[in-house]
Design a protein around this ligand. Structure first.
Ligand code: FAD
Ligand code: NAD
Length: 496
């Protein structure tokens, strides 16, 4: 849940040496990954920075109710999956249930460690953190409101908008204690017994993995034939099959019509192109429903439009590749801007905006080399282009897909997991004799770590012939990428 408070307008950190003033080089609205990375880098470059956050803690969605608490739960429940696998390997272990109080303490301590550490870092860099709700009064003036004092005004040479996003509900179906968004799902006191999850993106798939591992009987209601349907088809199909193999029921081609309360839970009505061609509705029951159909940017306060900040039809703030908005001296970063919505993208945007404001002329964020990772079981990760998107590009020639059979990898076999790995290679029209790697797509237990190497290769446009010379330690999951590169270079080693 969002932890909005009406704390006093003051420095958040007790040991913050910088007293609030009314004049700054930079005022940033929102202390999530976009806002705090801008603050940290700007302060490092010598700017006087105020960071305004309406929650009681810094860190935004990611630290408080996104990346960190979900991965804490995932770290905990993945041990149940491991222990089930251990039994197959001859290691006797029993799963005696979950101490939810202890689990909640672990999750919260993971969050607290990150938010406290961030607060201290901001303090060390002399960033003034102010708790309150901010709005732009004019291009160089921000008003801050909270309950305890009169609104007050800050002046700034530049303003950065980093207000983030919130979960989108189904039409006319507000979130409740039973119809959950991810914030509410993270606050549950017990895992649900037979939840329905609506959606097929990162939130849906991660919660499906957490809950199924913990013993819930999860049903996923998805519109297409596979989860992560905007990913490369082979990869998303591999993950879909892996989830089904674990017992997650995936109802494909389905569109939720409504959710109603019944005597003992919820009834989800949906139309399904797969099971009923006459369009008749089907029903499933659930004790909780998680609605994970995307997020809406926090840009609907009237001051956005009044300040002249242009948005697209989804409410996303339009910027150039350096973060300038339509309003001079106002910049935007993170989930309110069009593109991938990940913390690591927001970090890089924050750095680029800070360096632009400081006059360092940074390179713009390279939107083509942003890795996507889903912390499901198994994990899925990708970077760059799939085969179809590469074929649609005018600047690429001779597109080739190389598929590595994951069960040829010793560590994959030992893990008991299924997976997939494919590479897309191509030549650029301007250099038609040099083949480079333009995309890597992985489903595997350590895909989130493996993708970092792929990012170097794709992001730096390394020729296949050079990348295939990199030596990988044996026996590791990372060898799978090495073997795939050898195959793409026409020199497969441990496969035909
Ligand atoms: C369940 C979940 C799991 C996720 N897991 C991952 C993951 O594993 N990896 C990953 O890379 N990404 C993950 N994400 C996405 C990631 O959390 C976001 O991309 C990231 O937080 C965006 O950062 P931001 O700074 O743009 O916005 P936010 O983090 O949303 O921060 C915006 C901040 O602005 C504040 N604010 C808004 N309006 C005002 C105002 N008017 N005045 C003052 N303060 C204001 C808000 O209170 C908030 O703290 C996850 C998201 C969710 C929901
Ligand atoms: N590991 C990570 O990096 C991570 C983890 C969780 C969330 N996130 C980010 O948080 C944001 C929110 O995640 P999300 O999964 O909610 O959104 P998403 O946009 O990633 O996925 C939304 C899913 O809902 C489906 N959908 C949309 N409207 C629907 C409808 N009316 N009925 C049924 N299905 C519908 C879409 O087809 C899609 O599969 C994303 O930007 C995501 O990148 C990232």
């Amino acid at each position: 849940m969002s932890t909005k408070t009406n704390t006093e307008v003051t420095d958040s950190s007790k040991n913050n040496h910088t007293a609030p003033s009314d004049s700054y080089d930079l005022v940033i609205i929102g202390a999530g990954p976009g806002g705090y990375s801008t603050a940290l880098r700007s302060a490092q470059l010598g700017a006087r920075v105020a960071l305004i956050e309406e929650d009681s803690t810094v860190g935004g969605t990611c630290l408080n109710r996104g990346c960190i608490p979900t991965k804490a739960l995932m770290s905990a429940t993945s041990t149940i999956t491991l222990s089930a696998h251990a039994r197959q390997l001859g290691i006797q272990s029993t799963f005696d249930g979950i101490d939810f109080n202890k689990l909640t303490t672990f999750k919260q301590s993971s969050v607290d460690a990150m938010t406290t550490g961030l607060s201290q870092l901001l303090s060390q860099r002399q960033v003034t953190v102010i708790h309150g709700r901010a709005s732009i009064l004019s291009p160089r003036t921000v008003e801050v409101t909270n309950d305890s004092k009169q609104p007050f005004v800050l002046h700034a040479n530049d303003i950065v908008l980093a207000t983030g996003a919130h979960s989108t509900p189904l039409p006319e179906q507000p979130f409740t204690s039973d119809i959950l968004d991810s914030d509410r799902a993270l606050d549950l006191k017990q895992f649900p017994e037979h939840p329905v999850i609506i959606g097929a993106g990162a939130v849906a798939v991660e919660f499906a993995s957490i809950w199924q591992a913990a013993g819930s009987q999860v049903r996923l209601l998805i519109r297409k034939d596979r989860v992560l349907s905007d990913w490369d088809r082979r990869t998303s199909m591999a993950l879909t099959r892996a989830l089904q193999k674990q017992g997650i029921e995936i109802i494909t081609g389905s569109q939720c019509a409504r959710i109603e309360h019944e005597h003992e839970g919820l009834c989800v009505s949906y139309s399904s192109s797969q099971t009923d061609s006459n369009g008749l509705e089907q029903q499933v029951t659930a004790d909780k429903v998680l609605v994970a159909i995307g997020r809406t940017p926090n840009t609907d306060d009237p001051w956005f439009a009044q300040a002249g900040i242009n948005t697209d039809p989804h409410g996303l703030v339009l910027t150039d590749s350096f973060g300038h908005t339509s309003c001079k001296h106002v910049w935007a970063v993170g989930d309110i801007t069009p593109g991938y919505h990940f913390a690591h993208r927001a970090f890089e945007q924050g750095i680029v905006v800070a360096e632009s404001i400081a006059g360092l002329n940074p390179l713009p964020v390279d939107e083509n080399s942003i890795p996507q990772v889903v912390f499901s079981t198994p994990q899925a990760a990708c970077i760059g282009l799939g085969k179809e998107s590469a074929e649609a590009r005018d600047d690429l020639l001779e597109i080739q897909e190389t598929i590595y059979p994951m069960l040829s990898n010793a560590r994959m076999r030992m893990s008991g997991s299924t997976g997939s790995l494919s590479l897309v290679t191509a030549c650029k029209t301007e250099d038609p004799t040099t083949r480079i790697v333009v995309g890597v797509h992985i489903v595997a237990p350590e895909a989130a770590e493996l993708i970092a190497e792929a990012e170097q290769i794709v992001g730096n446009q390394v020729p296949v012939s050079k990348a295939a010379r990199l030596i990988h330690p044996h026996p590791t999951f990372s060898e799978a990428l090495g073997e795939a590169l050898l195959k793409a270079d026409g020199r497969p080693l441990h496969m035909r």
